[in-house]
Every structure is written in C-alpha cells, then in structure tokens.
Design a binder for this molecule. Structure first.
Ligand SMILES: NC(=O)c1ccc[n+]([C@@H]2O[C@H](COP(=O)([O-])OP(=O)(O)OC[C@H]3O[C@@H](n4cnc5c(N)ncnc54)[C@H](OP(=O)(O)O)[C@@H]3O)[C@@H](O)[C@H]2O)c1
Length: 274
C-alpha cells in the first residue's frame, strides 16, 4: 500500500480504527475523519505509535450534516491530489428516533446519505487516481425493501429496522454505482464485517451493549474483510459485490433490484442537494 492514499470515515473506534491500523502497517497514507477533534488527534497518535507510520492525517467531519461532509471533501481536495481507497465505514445504530442536522432520520442520514454524498463528491479524484477502490460497510442485518413512502420512518420506527434498511440502501447504491463506474478503473464493493465488539451498540443500554460485546468477535477480526477489499490484488477488478469473510456472497433478491436502486439514487440526489 506504499504510495496509496486511503480515506476512512469513523476511524476513531471499532472496525474503522483497526482497518486504519492495518492499512497504515502496510505503508499507506491514512486520512481519518472524526466528529471530535480530540478523539481524532488521540487516534492519530495511537496509530502512529502502534504502526510506526507517521503518515496519518485527520479531517473533521460530522456525517450527520451535509455541510460538514462538503467541507470535509473540499478540505481533502485542497490537501491531496489523489485518492486510491475510500472506505465509507462510519455507522450507527440508534434505538430512539433522532434527526440529523438536516432534519432527516439520523440512521438513514449517517449510514446511507452520508456515504452517498461523500462518494459522489470524491468520484472525480477517485477516477483520476485509478486504479482505485470504494468500500462501503454494510451488515448481515440488511433487510426488507426500500421504504419509499416513509424513508424517515416517521411511522413504525425501530432501531434495528432502520439500521437494516440503511444497510440495504448502501448495497443498492454499491451495485448501481458499480454499473456506472464500469471502464473507469474504480471499483466499489460492500463489506459485512460480521458481529464485532465495538462501540456500535452504545445506544442499546448498558446490559445489551455488554451482552453484544461478549458475543461478538474482536474488532480487528471484523476489520479483515474491509482490509482485504482495500489492499488485496485478488479483488483489483471485482466490483458491485457483497463480501463477507473475504469472499463474495449472494444476497437476497431485494439487494439486486436495480429499479429500486435507480429510484433511491434520484431521491438521494434531492436529499443531499446534488
Ligand atoms: N460491530 C458490528 O457488529 C458490525 C456488524 C456489521 C456492520 N458493522 C458496520 O461497521 C461499521 C463500523 O462500525 P463499528 O462497529 O466499528 O462501530 P463504532 O465502534 O461505533 O464506530 C463507528 C464510527 O463511526 C463514527 N461516527 C458515528 N456517527 C458519526 C457521525 N455523525 N459523524 C462522524 N462520525 C460518526 C464514530 O465516531 P465517534 O467515535 O465520534 O462516535 C466511530 O468512529 C458501521 O458501518 C457498522 O454499521 C458493524
């Protein structure tokens, strides 16, 4: 990975931090995003210490704000002239309905609209830097169909339902984007890290969060699939796939519904102002 520039969202904890650590160990220049300057700086120092790679940079980005995402991408483009790997890693599970800075249901905003906007804003530099890769974190809990009549779950909100919905949306986005990127040298795939002991369950209450952490595997194991997709020559030309345990996997038929993917894309453009 020497000479490669990697941008990872949400690398201050969990799978993102372990992905950043492994790719830094492989010699990449790592740019992490954080919504908290102090935690970003701490993560940077920890990564430098553990990898002996001091090529680590931090950018501020609150993924629940479209303005913040735009400012972050502008700052990235000011500082760098290439981007070889974009990892849309950051994600949340929220058990109470909250809204983003833009007034959108927060799980849909952070887990899906944020990567949609960030990826679109960085597509030109990814194309210019080809061969390059985009990795979108999804989950085995992706489920159902896209709720076109109530994307913000104003009715029937449940934390796991909106989480599964946001992760279905990111798979549809990945498959459609892969079609659009054919011939550009930019690939895009989804990674399901599997149940990993991270801070993802922080909103679930003390007891459930504890049980989750007991049952889950270490974050460094969950990070293996994103690391593989970011660095392995085996997947250099593979695009539009869903990966689990470093292998492409067939998923349920709703994740291949290209009509739904196109409709969602058009609605998403309006949401984020593209
Ligand atoms: N853990 C699992 O079992 C599991 C399973 C399947 C899929 N995944 C997926 O893996 C990805 C990584 O999750 P994780 O398990 O590593 O969770 P995590 O430990 O909670 O890490 C999530 C990261 O996202 C950041 N983040 C959250 N909201 C943000 C916002 N509004 N703006 C900017 N950054 C924000 C967090 O920043 P702060 O540190 O500031 O909170 C943190 O760095 C997610 O997409 C998740 O859905 C996880």
């Amino acid at each position: 990975m020497k000479g490669k520039i990697v941008l990872i969202t949400g690398a201050t904890s969990g799978i993102g931090k372990e992905t950043a650590r492994a790719l830094a160990q492989l010699g990449a220049k790592i740019v992490i995003t954080t919504r908290d300057a102090r935690s970003g700086e701490q993560t940077k120092q920890e990564l430098i210490q553990s990898t002996k790679n001091d090529n680590i940079d931090v950018l501020f980005c609150d993924l629940s704000s479209f303005i913040s995402i735009r400012e972050c991408c502008n700052e990235f483009l000011k500082r760098y002239s290439s981007l070889h790997v974009l990892i849309n890693n950051a994600g949340i599970v929220e058990y109470h309905r909250r809204e983003s800075k833009d007034g959108i249901e927060n799980t849909f905003a952070v887990n899906y609209l944020a990567p949609f906007l960030m990826t679109n804003l960085l597509l030109d530099i990814l194309k210019k830097s080809a061969p390059s890769r985009i990795i979108n974190l999804t989950s085995g809990l992706h489920s159902g169909t896209i709720h076109f009549d109530d994307l913000g779950f104003n009715h029937g909100f449940s934390g796991m339902k909106v989480y599964g919905h946001s992760k279905l949306a990111i798979i549809l986005f990945t498959r459609l984007l892969a079609d659009q990127l054919k011939g550009t040298g930019v690939t895009v795939n989804c990674a399901n890290p599997g149940m990993s002991a991270t801070n993802l369950s922080r909103d679930a209450g003390w007891f459930s969060a504890k049980i989750f952490k007991l049952l889950a595997k270490e974050a460094s194991i969950g990070a293996q699939t994103p690391i593989y997709l970011a660095s392995s020559s085996e997947v250099e030309t593979i695009s539009g796939e869903y990966f689990e345990k470093k292998a492409a996997k067939t998923t349920n038929k709703e994740t291949y519904d290209m009509d739904a993917a196109k409709k969602l894309w058009e609605i998403s453009k309006k949401y984020v102002g593209l």
